[in-house]
Ligand binder design. Structure first.
Ligand code: ADP
Length: 691
């Protein structure tokens, strides 16, 4: 297909100092949980971004010296020459596709706890480290500043040696030493590096000059700068110091990559911000510099991208999460297939992987993080191994992805879904407050499936075991493989992490589950929500009920609300929103019993009990896999054989309830593995430390 000429402008080359990007698509630095520990995985993942058409592909933050490390988090490392070969793998993979490779050099200052190196952290002024660790950073003296400049210069030279085309001077997010020097809250120095804005900017300026001097002949020197910290007058704002700093340094770097801080604001989820949310803060930058400007804002719409360039907001479309969800986003626009873009849903499962120090994963893109380990490609898949037909039962995220990947392999696929609507939990959950974009998991897959001649979708078809046995031989169906993606159901008895036995007295109170609420059953009067699940569901249902006018008390044994959402950078926002809405919160509290018109709550430490009156109770604890169908079929091997069913598999939440990302992954894996070599025999591929 030919691309829409309207989008030609997105494919114009952009000169960045001494190098030129082939187009305006810029994969900004992003963490991935691979870092220095898993260089082959990293190179394969970045290479696929380049193959997918990103003109520039950057690293994550790459730490330049042992005085700044964030173990156990896994980021990049360029401490000495021995780190060069690992990074060179990435630049080779990126260059193979004619893209530029960028490196974000990082020193975390007081935000590096240095548990591994055991070197006291450094900072412009003495300050406690940025966690609850009992460590304080020491103030840098002049020789420390000289050393820091030297380390940065050496890292820039090593970057050039590793083959990078763009070297960043990094002063964004809250965790970089340069940001700390810029900040009047943190920099309390009285020498020429503290006090006035000019003094606080001095080190930033020196570093840009040093880097240009060291590698500027052949590498572009980019800055990443945060124009808004959301700290009012105490911080950098796009109204005052953010603007002044850009003005002071306007023509010094070769490129301005600008964003907002901290990371939870920069990588805001779709629950809190929609596409383009950073524009109001960064729009001023272009008018102050002739150098190319990059910005981000979870851009997935080619029309938005076009408008950003045409309106002069930015010169290059920056993306981290959209490039994770669809590494081939630029290629799809280039080839006139923009409707096939797998749009980021803004859920931050990618961030979660990084926070867990494991290779990155993505709800929309099950191949993300598996490019090296499993050899998965987001756009290519092994062709089918036979002419067998396949039945997929259940059209939730697992079933949809499984049917799609099987369809792409060329199998004849029948997808049967009980309800009228496809999408399963994704459709239901996307109707909850703030979660509308999650519907993209369904939309992308349904669009692709409906275009496939070899896939038939049967809605309103709840299949029983008998029907599955009987239909298998019918000419119009004729399948030899059955994949069951029947989902899961929320428990109604309170079983979960804290209760290994049902909560007593539940028969005396009106009890709801999340399924009831999502099915439109209305809660009554005062509602107690008991959250022993700890991800988003408890918080989002409390929000929904409150918005519908209920008095809501949210009870959780965890130390804070929706505590797992720390890993998606949402926890503070969720708790604040619930407090602002007037939801009453009881943390570190168990719900020990229900009685007529009330519940009994208990402190998780002292077991001191209190009673609270309520009209209904919503239990958000644990899910039961809907594996009844699987058990019936699996329990009758003779009938399976007689029906010509060669393989039977249970996938997604009906196998093991987890995240939507896990369900999509499970569906994809099952599709890849159908009639392939049995994977149980293959050792789990890992990057081993060479000794
Ligand atoms: P997952 O996350 O594993 O994909 P979901 O709960 O989102 O699970 O989706 C499961 C889907 O399977 C739902 O849309 C449900 O209606 C459908 N389903 C469950 N049992 C059957 C069945 N016996 N026949 C057809 N569809 C079914």
């Amino acid at each position: 297909m030919k691309r829409d000429p309207r989008f030609d402008i997105l494919f114009e080359p952009v000169k960045i100092g001494p190098v030129t990007s082939k187009n305006r698509f810029f994969q900004v630095p992003h963490c991935n949980g691979m870092g220095y520990l898993r260089p082959k995985s990293l190179a394969a993942m970045r290479g696929i971004k380049a193959e997918g058409g990103w003109g520039v592909v950057c690293t994550e933050e790459v730490y330049i010296h042992s005085s700044s490390e964030c173990d156990p988090l896994v980021e990049g490392r360029l401490w000495d020459d021995d780190d060069i070969p690992a990074l060179a793998k990435m630049t080779e993979a990126v260059h193979e596709h004619g893209s530029l490779a960028g490196i974000e050099l990082q020193h975390g200052g007081y935000c590096s706890t240095n548990h591994y190196s055991r070197i006291p952290p450094i900072s412009p002024s003495p300050i406690s480290v940025d966690s609850y660790a009992p460590i304080q950073a020491r103030a840098m003296d002049k020789s420390d500043i000289r050393n820091f400049r030297k380390w940065h210069r050496q890292a820039a030279l090593r970057s050039k040696q590793a083959g990078f085309d763009i070297v960043y001077v990094y002063a964004a997010h809250s965790g970089t030493l340069l940001t700390h020097f810029l900040s009047r809250r943190i920099n309390r120095r009285t020498d020429e590096y503290g006090g006035s804005l000019e003094n606080r900017v001095r080190l930033f300026r020196e570093l840009i000059e040093d880097t240009k001097d060291a590698v500027g002949d052949s590498c572009a020197v980019a800055v990443r700068f945060c124009v808004e910290e959301f700290l009012g007058a105490q911080g950098i704002t796009s109204e005052n110091e953010g603007k002044e700093i850009v003005e002071m340094l306007a023509e010094l770097p070769d490129l301005w990559d600008v964003n907002i801080s901290d990371w939870s604001m920069d990588s805001a989820t779709s629950r809190f911000e929609s596409e383009g949310y950073q524009e109001p803060y960064m729009a001023f930058v272009k008018s102050m510099t002739s150098k190319p400007v990059v910005g981000v804002g979870r851009f997935t719409s080619p029309d938005t991208m076009l408008s950003l360039i045409q309106r002069g907001v930015m010169d290059m479309i920056g993306a981290a999460r959209p490039s994770i969800a669809d590494p081939f986003l630029p290629k799809k626009i280039e080839e006139g297939r923009e409707d096939e873009i797998r749009e980021c849903i803004g859920c931050n499962i990618c961030v979660m992987s990084d926070e867990l120090s494991v290779p990155i994963s993505c709800t929309q893109n099950p191949t993300m993080g598996e490019e090296w380990r499993r050899g998965w490609h987001p756009e290519r898949i092994e062709p089918r191994n036979s002419d067998d037909g396949v039945l997929v039962v259940g059209g939730g995220p697992a079933g949809l992805e499984c049917a799609l990947a099987l369809g792409q392999r060329g199998y004849r696929v029948i997808l049967a879904e009980a309800s009228q609507e496809l999408g399963g939990r994704v459709s239901r959950e996307s109707r909850l407050p703030g979660l509308a974009e999650w519907g993209r998991v369904r939309d992308y897959r349904v669009l692709m499936l409906e275009r496939m001649a070899n896939v038939s979708i049967y809605r309103e078809n709840p299949l029983s075991a008998d029907e599955i046995f009987e239909f298998s031989a019918e000419d119009q169906f004729d399948y030899s493989h059955v994949l069951l993606a029947n989902g899961s159901s929320w428990r109604r008895n309170g079983l979960g992490r804290i209760h290994r036995e049902p909560i007593p007295g539940l028969d005396k109170l009106k009890v709801f589950t999340p399924d009831d609420i999502m099915d439109g059953v209305l809660a009554k009067g005062r509602v107690v929500v008991f959250d022993d699940d700890h991800f988003y569901m408890g918080g989002v249902l409390a929000e929904k009920l409150r918005r519908e006018g209920h008095d809501v008390l949210l009870v959780t044994p965890a130390p804070d609300i929706s505590t797992w959402t720390h890993k998606t950078l949402e926890q503070k926002k969720i708790q604040k929103q619930l407090m602002d809405l007037g939801v009453e919160l009881a943390t570190q509290t168990n719900l020990t019993a229900a009685e007529t018109g009330k519940v009994e709550l208990s402190c998780i430490f002292t077991e001191r009990k209190i009673e609270r009156e309520c009209d209904s109770l919503l239990l958000v604890t644990e899910r039961i896999p809907n594996d009844g169908l699987f058990n019936s079929l699996n329990g009758d091997p003779e009938r399976l054989t007689n029906a010509g069913i060669k393989t039977l598999k249970c996938i997604g939440d009906s196998f093991a309830p987890a995240t939507i990302a896990a369900a999509v992954y499970s569906g994809h894996l099952a599709a890849r593995e159908l009639q392939a070599e049995p994977q149980e025999e293959v050792p789990f591929l890992r990057e081993r430390i060479q000794i």
